[in-house]
Design a protein around this ligand. Structure first.
Ligand code: NAD
Ligand code: IPM
Ligand code: MN
Length: 355
């Protein structure tokens, strides 16, 4: 095959510490399974770049990335020097929207060997996907401030739900649920309180459910859904949610399986009109940056999802097997109760991938 063109964007903070391990694993898999990769290393989309240039990315960022087969992304954000909404709306959120990566697929799994904060849960019992809408919903820049600094100060932040945007994420989630053994779909909502958009979201889900009689649909308000992630995580199979609800659920889910340092994500444009982006769920973690103790698994698993998306399922499976084995028996980072460094854990995984 022609080499896969992959843009590599480490970003900020521990994004720069876990990316080398993501690449080590990716390259081990590529060597073993004869996958040709053409990597392009990118130093923009970082707060350092912002401080030097006054913007997060060069003007031609889209042209530079457009022809890529995929983007491997670390994390962006350094709130001590750049406000988060500037750095994120200037990079990651721009990618998601401009490249129409409307699915954010976030697996949640309890692995053998990982201490679970929930009592009595066995590996295999927690195994589900959060399907997060990724281009609209509560994440908008529509609104404004009036009468700043006065008693009349007023702030409005709009949400946007389009029929196109809602139906396509629901359809993706229904298809995913139908393809899985349990065929169970939970629809996150808040139609009791958010009285315009969420009843409409429920209607779209109910309408689509008619086309998927095999899928058992369960509509839950986001508040009790959060409670059930903790109390009954075994009942979930596929969970579909709006942008903000999906964001919250996709930190809560991994926290219930031990650490957010494990959680990967795939920001997908399923039609492949644009490159898709693969990244850990977690951020730049300024509190641990510079110590080489960040868990590299979320980054490595994200790289595995990238290869799977490009059609290399065996490489993905080998990467997952290596992750499972190191979590069960190998060196582990402090968030997993161990004392290994990012590099040690990453090397252990890459060695197993190499076979
Ligand atoms: P965070 O995910 O960076 O960190 C939250 C907590 O989890 C911290 O205590 C951190 O040490 C820990 N943690 C995160 N990843 C870990 C890993 N791999 N191994 C071990 N521990 C890990 O969230 P935050 O503190 O809210 O955000 C920090 C910055 O990152 C902010 O600028 C935020 O906007 C940004 N952020 C970026 C992304 C992204 O790029 N996708 C995601 C979330 C947050
Ligand atoms: C995530 C992150 C981002 C989001 C932030 C950094 C804008 O939390 O990828 O989950 O809210 O989508
Ligand atoms: Mn998040």
């Amino acid at each position: 095959h022609k080499p896969f063109k992959i843009a590599v964007i480490p970003g900020d903070g521990i994004g720069r510490e876990v990316m080398p391990e993501g690449l080590r694993a990716l390259q081990a898999a590529a060597a073993r399974f004869d996958i040709a990769l053409e990597l392009t290393h990118i130093d923009w989309a970082s707060c350092d770049y912002y401080l030097a240039h006054g913007q997060m990315m060069p003007a031609d960022w889209k042209a530079q990335l457009q022809g890529m087969d995929a983007i491997l992304f670390g994390a962006v954000g350094w709130p001590a020097t750049v406000p988060d909404h500037i750095s994120l709306w200037g990079s990651l959120l721009k990618f998601r929207r401009e490249f129409d990566q409307y699915i954010n697929l976030r697996p949640v799994r309890l692995f053998e060997g990982v201490p679970c904060p929930l009592a009595g849960r066995q590996p295999g019992e927690i195994d589900f996907f959060v399907v997060r809408e990724n281009t609209e919903g509560e994440y908008t820049n529509l609104g404004g401030r009036l009468f700043e600094g006065t008693e009349r100060e007023l702030v409005v932040q709009e949400s946007v739900f389009t029929r196109h945007g809602t139906e396509r994420v629901l359809r993706y989630a229904f298809e995913l649920a139908r393809a899985r053994a349990r065929k169970q779909l939970t629809v996150a909502t808040k139609s009791n309180g958010i009285a315009i958009s969420m009843p409409w979201w429920d209607e779209r889900a109910a309408e689509m459910a008619q086309a998927y009689p095999e899928v058992a649909v369960d509509k839950q308000h986001i508040d009790i859904l959060c409670a059930r992630f903790v109390l009954q995580p075994q009942r979930f199979d596929v969970v579909v949610a709006s942008n903000l609800f999906g964001d919250i659920l996709s930190d809560l889910g991994p926290a219930c399986t031990g650490t957010i340092g494990l959680a990967p994500s795939a920001n997908l444009n399923p039609e492949r009109s644009y490159p898709s982006l693969f990244e850990p769920v977690h951020g730049s973690a300024p509190d641990i940056y510079g110590k080489n103790i960040a868990n590299p698994v979320a980054m490595i698993w994200s790289a595995a999802l990238l290869l799977d998306f490009l059609g290399c399922r065996p490489a993905h499976d080998a990467m997952l097997a290596a992750i499972e084995q190191v979590l069960a028996h190998g060196p582990r980072t402090p968030d997993l109760g161990g004392s290994a460094s990012t590099t040690e854990m990453g090397c252990a995984i890459a060695e197993l991938i190499a076979g």
